[in-house]
Design a protein around this ligand. Structure first.
Ligand code: ATR
Length: 273
């Protein structure tokens, strides 16, 4: 049977095997999907071993996305501009393709939630790998403006420069932000330590849409903060996780699985609302 996997370190927490197993069942595709914890410094060897043993494709997660970018023999335009690869595929001719489905997953999930992006003012918090993967696909939706704000403002400025030719993008420090924004996306990892980016509460209004790329049981700290301030449209990153997986699955198998039921099952599995 064709073999697929997610590579990371650590990887025990990854929901990808659960998601792809449901996709395979739904689309009647005969495949296996496993977790592989590659040792730090041993990613290239683990990948070589996998593709020498019935491996057809894999997802790549923290901390190997940049290494996967280096390893790929051919890159999609969106992987090239993201500087990171989360999806590898071995072609029948033995070429290792690298793609990045994270940003497309975000945009698809925002649309799934009925959020309009065209002509909207979008604020993206954070300037790490997650932000970088999101910027290209967000600009492709023709927002009125995309503001990148980061605790370390120099990193936001660097990203704004990289993407300057792709659309109306600017960088700002948290303290300089002035609304109104129609959508705030939190791509920072602040939630992992129970923190939230230190932006002004004045940016939150009842009609703003709030999206945290993180997810967990109940609201993330950022979403809880926004909800308390009166935001009504609040979303977490679980849908993005499933949508980026669906995009990877389509690259590997040429068939696009539906995400709705998988999102519900995953939420139920996590014991979430
Ligand atoms: P990822 O790949 O998930 O984006 P990363 O590249 O390590 O991870 O980036 C983490 C992001 O979260 C950065 O933008 C970081 O801000 P700095 O560049 O200033 O470090 C942001 N971040 C992490 N903890 C934060 C906190 N407590 N408050 C605000 N931003 C935080």
């Amino acid at each position: 049977m064709d073999r697929y996997a997610v590579f990371g370190n650590p990887v025990a927490h990854s929901k990808s095997p659960f998601i792809h197993t449901l996709f395979a069942r739904q689309t009647l595709q005969p495949l296996t999907y496993e977790r592989i914890e590659a040792p730090l410094g041993g990613f290239a060897a683990a990948i070589a071993d996998f593709f020498a043993n019935q491996g057809k494709g894999c997802n790549v997660t923290v901390p190997f996305k940049e290494e996967a970018f280096q390893l790929a023999q051919q890159l999609s335009p969106r992987a090239k501009i993201a500087g990171a690869v989360n999806t590898l595929k071995m072609t029948d001719d033995g070429v290792l393709l690298g793609d990045n489905t994270d940003g497309a997953g975000l945009v698809q999930d925002l649309k799934f939630h009925g959020i309009q992006l065209q002509e909207r003012r979008i604020l993206l918090l954070g300037a790490g790998g997650a932000a970088r993967g999101a910027i290209g696909p967000l600009l492709d939706e023709h927002p009125l403006e995309l503001t990148i704000a980061n605790r370390t403002v120099e990193k936001a400025e660097l990203l704004a420069n990289i993407f300057a030719a792709a659309g109306p993008i600017r960088a700002m420090a948290f303290g300089e932000l002035q609304g109104p924004f129609d959508l705030i996306i939190n791509s920072t990892s602040a939630s992992l330590s129970g923190a939230i980016p230190t932006i002004s509460a004045d940016l939150i209004h009842p009609h703003i849409a709030v999206y945290d790329m993180m997810y967990g049981q109940g609201d993330t700290p950022f979403n809880a903060w926004a909800r308390k301030l009166g935001a009504q449209k609040i979303m977490d990153g679980l849908g993005m996780l499933v949508a980026q997986a669906a995009e990877s699955f389509a690259i590997w198998r040429g068939i696009r699985p539906g995400t709705k039921q998988v999102i519900s099952e995953l939420r139920r599995n996590l014991g979430m609302r």
